[in-house]
Design a protein around this ligand. Sequence first.
Ligand SMILES: Cc1cc2nc3c(=O)[nH]c(=O)nc-3n(C[C@H](O)[C@H](O)[C@H](O)COP(=O)(O)OP(=O)(O)OC[C@H]3O[C@@H](n4cnc5c(N)ncnc54)[C@H](O)[C@@H]3O)c2cc1C
Length: 387
Amino acid sequence: MNFDLTPEQDQLRDAVRALGRKYGHGYFVEKAKAGGHTTELWQEAGRLGYLGVNIPTEYGGGGGGITELAIVCEELAAAGCPLLLLVVSPAIAATVINKHGTDEQRKRHLPGLADGSQKIVFAITEPEAGSNFHRLGTVARRDGDDWLLTGRKCYISGVDEAGHVLVVARTEDSSTGKLKPALFIVPTDAPGLERSKLDMEILSPENQFLLYLDDVRLPADALVGESLDAGLPALFAGLNPERITVAAMGAGTGRYAIERASEYTATRKVWGGRSIGTHQGVAHPLAHAAVQVELARLMIHKAATLYDAGRDLEAGVAGNMAKYAAGEAAALAVDTAVQALGGAGMTTEYGVATLLGAVRAGRIAPVSREMILNFVAQHVLGQDKSY
Ligand SMILES: Cc1cc2nc3c(=O)[nH]c(=O)nc-3n(C[C@H](O)[C@H](O)[C@H](O)COP(=O)(O)OP(=O)(O)OC[C@H]3O[C@@H](n4cnc5c(N)ncnc54)[C@H](O)[C@@H]3O)c2cc1C
């Protein structure tokens, strides 16, 4: 058992931390409040190779794994810049295309994902189907060699920043029985694809959208993989990277909040000469949150290690547990930090309440805590499915 990062991973962590601190939470908040995007940070991270750490070197990436990408996600979040699009573009889209795309799709898309010049976002959630992916209603019909896609998607992050969206659909002839998904790489400016921005109570430079697909015509090679049989494995390929990297983002956010609060409570004095941190009523909740964050980090490390070793089933259990633990720990850490800062905790200046919406959403998306508990109950505890 080894809890140490390799020297290269250590270097990556230090370098990403330095980049994150160069921009910082103030930059993140300023962009979010102005309705802008963190384009400068994204582009610089791309130039430095951090967005492509998990992409093979032949396509311009770093040739590493999800362990490396989780380091990038955690360290940027720990600097106050939790970039959700890291979870959809390099983690989900790049993994799906690399593992299940055609040679042509890899050549066309991976170099741009690696250097950050291209983003591909991910659309699975639908208004009616919700957590039940078996009810997906977006349908792909053949029309000669082309495909026609019709359906609706909701809460899709980053569509306004991306050149393509990876859409999960089902083919017309699979509308009953078990889901046989088909994944399509759809240009965000394709005729028939409309979007409307959702008003979300999350302070974030990344936006969520409703997508309407009305007979969106796509060439045959928009389908991910050589045939329809690639769909299910391609969909599953994205799940573990998604859970592990979103967990890493949560752990980083938790670290950030605890660090802000600890700095404050160590120096803030309101009763004589002692800092408020000497009161256990202030320090213990922070220490408790720090324990929860550290436990989540251990599980993230385990999940990423298993995933990179190709042990997908075990990584699935660990990844779900890591996502659950990190989602809870991040929400606890930010809430505890706000409380420890008192009134300052609710100001923009101290930069912790600004994360309340994001960490709350982290208990719902990309997979809710309840659906993870269902997964653990079934696959770890051997309970029957209740739904
Ligand atoms: C900020 C944000 C960004 C997002 N980005 C994307 C994106 O980029 N792409 C994308 O495809 N989706 C995205 N989503 C959608 C997200 O993945 C879904 O919101 C999430 O999967 C839950 O689905 P739902 O909202 O339909 O909830 P529902 O399925 O309607 O569930 C509502 C509640 O009921 C619970 N529930 C449902 N079924 C069960 C059950 N069987 N047992 C116990 N509890 C149950 C859920 O846990 C939840 O608490 C995003 C969401 C948010 C908030």
